[in-house]
Every structure is written in C-alpha cells, then in structure tokens.
Design a protein around this ligand. Structure first.
Ligand code: HEM
Length: 436
C-alpha cells in the first residue's frame, strides 16, 4: 500500500486525538465491541478520520455525507476488491468483490431472481422453515436463537435460489459455512494477512467439494428456473465461476438474515410491551391463518420493529473499499492505495441524526423516510441484491414466531459479537413460551 499523506497535509482526514483514543480504549475495556470504539473515535474526530495502527491503516467514513460519497459518488475510485484480504481470497470472482462491467454483468444475471414478485412464491417455504424451528422448541426451553435462525435462513436460501432441498442439505453445509465465516471474520489477519489458519483448511476444502458436487449434479441434470441454473448457463463449463457466485450468495445471504431475525427476537424479549403490541397486530391480521405477503402488507407495528433492529445491529456494520485512484470524501483527500472503511454502525447511532440513538424505539420509523441516515443494505452499485428476500423472510418468519410463541429474556443485556456479521454473542439465550 502506498503511504498516506501525513497529518501536516491540511486535506488529509484527521487522526483522532489522544483523548478520543483513550476514550475508545475505555469503551473496549468496559466490554464494548470495536464498533463502539469506532463510535467513540467518531465522536472525537468527526465523520471522516484516519485509523492508524502498526500494520493497519485506513480512513473511516462514519457519517451520511462521507458514506454517500464513498458508496455512490466515488465508485470509480473506491473499489470493492481490498487486496490482500481473506474476503477476496474466499469469494475470488464473486459478485461482492467485483467492480465495473464484470460486476454489472453478474448483477444482470442475478437480478430477476430477487424481484419481489418472483420471490413471493417462496412464502410457504419460509413459513415451513419457521415452523420446523418452532416445533423443535419445548415450552419453557432456553434457546440460542441465532443458531435456530441460521438453520431457518440457510434452508430458505438453498431452496429459493438454488432449488436444493433445505432441510436435508442445511445440516451438512452449516458447519462448513461457519468455517468460511470464521475465515473472513475480523481478527489478527487484518494486521498480518499472511497468518496461517490451519484449523480452517479441512472444512474449507470440504465446502469446495460440496459446492462442486452440486454444480456438477445440476450441470448433468438441469432444473431450470433457479439462479444456480442461470449461472451454469451463463458461464458454460467454468465451474469455478459458478462456485464463486454460489459461495458469495450463501455467505452474504444466510448469516445476515439470521442475525436480523435473532436480534429482532432478542429485542422483543427485552421489550415485552413492544412484543405484545406486535403480537396483537399479527393476531388481528392473521388469527390462526398462515402468514402470507398479502395478509401482512402495510403492517406498520411489525415493520418498525424490523427497521429498528437493523438500525441498532446492522448485520454488515462496516463495508470495505480500497482507493484505486485519489478521491475526496467530504472535502478530505483520500490518496490511491488507502483502505476505506464505511461504518454503517456509526451512521445508525450518530447522535446528530437520531434522538436517543442507543434506545430501541421502533415507532421512530412510523411514516418517516430515513434517507441517508439509515443504510442497512448499503447504497450504490453494490447495494444488497438480496434485500427483497431478506425482507420477505423477516416478515413471514417473525409473524409466524409471534403467532406461535412468546419470547422472554434469559440474559441481562443483549451482547453483540463482531464475527462475519454483527451477531448476538454466543450463549445469548431466550426463553420460549409456546402458544401452539
Ligand atoms: C438483513 C439481511 C441483509 C443485510 C443487512 C445485507 C446487507 C448488505 C450490504 C450492506 C451489502 C453491501 C456490501 C458492500 O457494499 O460492500 C450487501 C451486498 C450483498 N448482499 Fe446483502 N444483506 C442482507 C441479506 C442478503 C440476502 C438474503 C442475500 C442473498 C440471498 C444477500 C446477498 C448479497 C449480495 C450478493 C451482495 C453483493 C451485491 C453486489 O456486490 O452487487 N444479502 N448486503
């Protein structure tokens, strides 16, 4: 990486003062995540600042104008491929790490499969996946909700995008995908990219094999009408390219939804009055009926909860870019070669944009457009392509869970963990009261 301009250059973003760095350290020592530390740095340094540690240098875009500039205005200079980076090594030519014409071509292949109208036929698949989890919960059981939601989300993804039976394939894939997620989770490799990680080698090789088998099977016996078939058709015999897209979609598309669903249920467990209101609204709409997109349309009580969960715990809290040419963020100069971290987490908790930014207040989303202060699905050319599927899954699964069970906290405070996504910390349990 080329060196950044020094602090003496008036156009380089500021380095947080010693005082704000100490405040960030104190946040960490009190058990906050490094995202909370980032928020403490932003409070001291402003919405664009430099992060400098031995072996790691980046510029952080942490407010609405700099984030818009990074994701939308400077796309020709800020690219997704951040080398050398495990995300790029894992996804290779996957859509998330491609740019320009190649990226646009990949979007064109996938886009038809994410149209809301095309997705609605998977509503019964989603409700069945939710039912399988609910039926496994005994009344009074303590459940690690993130684990249950991972299975649910992966089963839906496999069926909806690839035409692969979820309940049979998810148990085999889940532990292998966990290894892939561990491989890309923030860790010491950020400072030492060459660090060897031998424990992950076996599962990652097995994952490659499982994906290759699926691709070969589908090539031999096309099913038609699935995204997997569309990739096979588009890439001819190039199985590696199909593998790259398939793996990207699997990782980007299941853990994010799982985190969203799990945070929702954890927040509802912690706020029984909000949970009761939501359940009353769902019961009034559905009674004993099966949730469907049509039956739940415009149910504001429910929707605000979903947005507020995404605001507080955006599953992808920081996006990564690398400047391939010099550009500016809110007037600050970003030289070529610099890593740019786009912090949706600090945006969503920015005290200049949100009243009581750390409080769970779903009603803040009632009838209000959020504009640039709320970007859980990103913005610009890499905006989440799977957002319509995520929203459909969230709405149907949450409605079903509220209909059939009540959720009580078995924790003192919700604790996040920053893995591949911002997820509930391991061991964060909720107590289930079955209704039926
Ligand atoms: C709550 C759920 C989800 C959240 C919060 C989320 C968030 C995001 C964000 C912030 C990005 C932008 C990344 C960047 O700019 O670097 C993104 C991209 C992406 N997401 Fe999602 N996502 C979710 C669900 C899904 C689902 C269900 C799928 C697929 C089934 C999916 C597939 C993708 C893909 C393929 C990309 C890359 C798009 C591109 O580069 O053109 N996501 N997602």
């Amino acid at each position: 990486m080329k060196p950044m301009k020094e602090k003496t250059d008036g156009h380089a973003p500021p380095i947080p003062s010693v005082e704000s760095r100490l405040r960030a350290l104190a946040v960490r020592l009190r058990g906050g995540t490094w995202l909370d530390a980032l928020e403490a740095l932003r409070a001291g340094a402003g919405d664009v600042f430099r992060l400098e540690m031995p072996g790691f240098r980046a510029v952080v875009a942490a407010g609405p104008a700099s984030i818009r500039a990074a994701l939308v205005e400077a796309v020709s200079s800020l690219r997704s491929r951040v080398d050398p980076d495990p995300v790029v090594r894992l996804f290779r030519t996957g859509i998330l790490v491609m740019d320009g014409a190649e990226h646009a071509a990949l979007r064109r292949i996938a886009a038809p499969f994410f149209r809301p109208a095309a997705l609605e036929r998977f509503a019964p698949t989603i409700v069945r996946a939710a039912d399988r989890q609910i039926e496994a919960w005994a009344d009074g059981a303590h459940v690690e909700i993130i684990e249950a939601m991972r299975t649910l989300a992966l089963e839906v993804l496999l069926e909806a995008l690839f035409g692969i039976p979820g309940p049979t394939e998810a148990p085999r894939l889940l532990p292998l995908l966990r290894a892939a997620q561990a491989y890309i989770s923030p860790g010491p490799w950020l400072l030492h990219p060459a660090l060897s990680r031998p424990g992950l080698k076996g599962p990652l090789q097995e994952l490659e094999q499982v994906l290759r088998d699926h691709i070969r099977e589908r090539r031999a016996c096309p099913m038609g009408g699935t995204l997997l078939d569309a990739w096979i058709e588009a890439f001819g015999g190039d199985e590696e390219r199909v593998r790259d897209q398939m793996l990207t979609m699997l990782i980007a598309g299941h853990d994010t939804v799982a985190a969203w669903l799990a945070w929702t249920m954890i927040l509802l467990a912690a706020h029984p009055e909000v949970q009761e209101r939501a359940r009353a609204a769902v019961d009034a709409r559905l009674g004993w009926g099966t949730p469907s997109p049509e039956a739940l349309r415009g149910l504001e009580e429910l929707e605000g909860i979903g947005w507020e969960a995404l605001r507080l715990y955006p599953p992808i809290p920081v996006l990564n870019r690398r400047a391939t040419a010099s550009c500016t963020l809110e007037g600050w100069t970003i030289p070529a070669g610099v890593r740019v971290m786009v912090s949706l987490y600090t945006l969503h908790r920015h005290p200049g944009l949100w009243a009581e930014p750390h409080a769970f207040r779903p009603e803040r989303f009632r009838g209000e457009g959020m504009g640039l202060r709320f970007l859980p699905f990103g913005a610009g050319p890499h905006t989440c392509i799977g957002a319509p599927l995520a929203r459909l899954e969230w709405k149907l699964a949450v409605a079903r869970m509220l209909q059939r069970a009540a959720f009580e906290p078995a924790f003192s405070t919700p604790r996040p963990r920053m893995g591949a996504t911002l997820e509930p910390a391991p061991g964060l349990l909720v107590r289930i009261r079955r209704r039926w």
